[in-house]
Design a protein around this ligand. Structure first.
Ligand code: AMP
Length: 507
């Protein structure tokens, strides 16, 4: 009987079980056979805890191989895997436990005392522990569990996982992902990016997010390739490991941090065949500088928790900086007026809408919200502003909620950011709105300048004046040491708005 996702992720089980699945930072190796055995034991344990197909298994622990085994074990047991960022505070965790009502909760032993109380009061049946080294009550309990149980049958439409979206505004939403959506997306990416079992993927992404879990891990397991598995991104360690990898999947900050290392050069990376970037915009300068130093053009892809991966630069052909390529096979996109839903003329900016085989099945417990975010015909409104360029490549122009309307005029932050970033000595910028008595919203720019170059506000303003219409000019420019980013490298504009949002209060 099939269990589509477990079947796809264990496809290499009978070919070469002694093959290495992952090499850890301490040099220890986990073979495919060991990896699958551990996952099967966790599946047996989950079933023996009385957890039924469709029940949620919430996991909030540091990254380790055991987390991936818990993921696969949950899928094998028919449960829905629900990974949570271990950085969440106790009160944030309470929300997730309340909302998702998991039957099993796995947390770090150091937080067991406080979190067990919340879990019990939210009706969680069992609480287990797991630390970054794989120790904890989960390990103790699986010691005697069976390794030979078959995966619980599931259909393509059945729930395999719930991932909460980062929720920069409002409450987090649990995106429900089915077996079918995860299998089809990973299969597409594996073939598009030409993964084979000879690949060695450098994995330094968090595994509570779609990028590290469903893109990196699912594709690697489906291809039967090996991982160089890092708990987190540490440029010094990653530079050394790249010499033994063939592919790296990263967020843009991986690339900007690596560029600061002298060792990044063509000769050091001669075995690499592919560098992939996603989850946040990759700056054109980063793309160009990476190519200059390494000879590799980064392949950018675009996606989101709800839709899995939506578009990718094709493997062959031009890798145009500033674009995210074309929709994946099986994915349809269109660019619409956010208000009316009408398709905008070619080349114009509008809201990107998407439908296809990788889509989520809705927001957990939020049928109305799910309905509101879809249009007739099943198109999901991504909340991203985009346009299609002259080569039919998609370019992401920012989040719709970041659109600034000043004096009735629409201002796209990315356009202003691109002009500011052009000023010599400016490393990066973020443009956002602050309430303005006259204009409704006023443009504010937060800029980060190279500490070794003196850049004045006047220089920035002169450059903006030469390139942008007056209504797009920032009314305030704030110099900062860095831009606040989350673990996926996304600039946290909400934090910037909180910090600089009252600049016009006295105007
Ligand atoms: P998440 O659900 O956390 O993966 O966030 C998805 C969001 O990240 C998308 O809606 C985009 O706003 C952004 N994003 C993902 N990939 C890219 C990319 N290649 N370029 C620009 N933004 C991206």
């Amino acid at each position: 009987m099939p269990n589509p996702l477990a079947d796809a992720l264990t496809i290499s089980k009978s070919t070469d079980s002694c093959k290495r699945f992952a090499e850890l930072e301490d040099g220890n190796v986990v073979t495919y056979a060991e990896f699958f055995d551990g996952a099967r034991q966790i599946a047996s344990l989950i079933t023996s805890c009385g957890i039924k197909p469709g029940d949620r298994v919430a996991v909030m622990v540091e990254k380790s191989i055991a987390v991936l085994q818990t993921y696969l074990g949950s899928v094998m047991s028919g449960a829905a895997f629900l990974p949570l960022n271990p950085a969440y505070t106790d009160s944030e965790v309470r929300f997730f436990l309340q909302d998702a009502s998991p039957s099993l909760f796995i947390c770090d032993p150091a937080r067991q005392d406080t979190l067990s109380t919340s879990a019990k009061s939210e009706g969680v049946r069992d609480v287990l522990t797991l630390d970054a080294n794989g120790s904890g009550s989960l390990k103790n309990r699986i010691h005697y569990a069976r390794r030979d149980c078959d995966p619980v049958p599931r259909s393509y439409d059945d729930l395999a996982a719930i991932l909460y979206t980062s929720g920069t505004t409002g409450r987090p939403k649990g995106a429900m992902l089915s077996h079918g959506s995860l299998v089809s997306n990973a299969a597409t990416l594996k073939s598009l990016w030409r993964f084979t079992k000879s690949d060695v993927l450098l994995h330094a992404l968090p595994v509570h997010h779609t990028h590290g879990l469903f893109v990196a891990t699912n594709v690697a397991l489906m291809a039967g390739c090996s991982l160089l598995y890092f708990q987190k991104f540490d440029a010094e360690k990653i530079v050394r490991a790249l010499a033994r990898a063939t592919v790296m999947m990263g967020v843009p900050t991986f690339y900007t941090r690596l560029l600061k290392r002298e060792e990044i050069s063509k000769s050091e990376l001669s075995n690499m065949r592919l560098f992939i970037s996603g989850s946040a915009p990759l700056r054109t300068e980063t793309h160009r500088e990476w190519e200059r130093r390494t000879g590799h053009r980064i392949l950018e892809r675009y996606g989101m928790t709800e839709a899995n991966m939506i578009a990718s630069i094709p493997y062959d052909g031009p890798r145009k900086p500033g674009t995210v390529g074309i929709p994946l096979p099986g994915v349809q996109t269109r660019i619409c007026d956010p208000e009316t839903g009408r398709i905008v003329p070619e080349g114009e900016i509008g809201m990107l809408e998407v439908r296809g085989s990788g889509m989520f099945s809705g927001y957990w417990n939020m049928p109305d919200k799910t309905r509101r975010e879809h249009r007739e015909g099943g198109f999901f409104m991504t909340g991203d502003l985009a346009r299609v360029d002259e080569d039919s490549f998609l370019a992401i122009e920012g989040r719709a909620k970041d659109l600034i309307i000043s004096g009735g005029m629409n201002i796209y932050p990315k356009e202003v950011e691109a002009v500011i970033d052009d000023v010599p000595g400016i490393l990066e910028s973020a443009v956002f709105a602050a309430p303005h008595e006259d204009f409704g919203e006023g443009v504010v720019a937060a800029v980060v300048a190279d500490s070794e170059v003196e850049v004045t506000e006047r220089e920035i303003r002169d450059h903006i004046a030469a390139n942008l219409a007056k209504y797009k000019h920032p009314k305030h420019i704030a110099f900062r040491k860095f831009l606040p980013r989350n673990s996926m490298g996304k600039v946290q504009k909400t934090m910037l708005r909180d910090e600089h949002g009252t600049v016009f209060a006295s105007c």
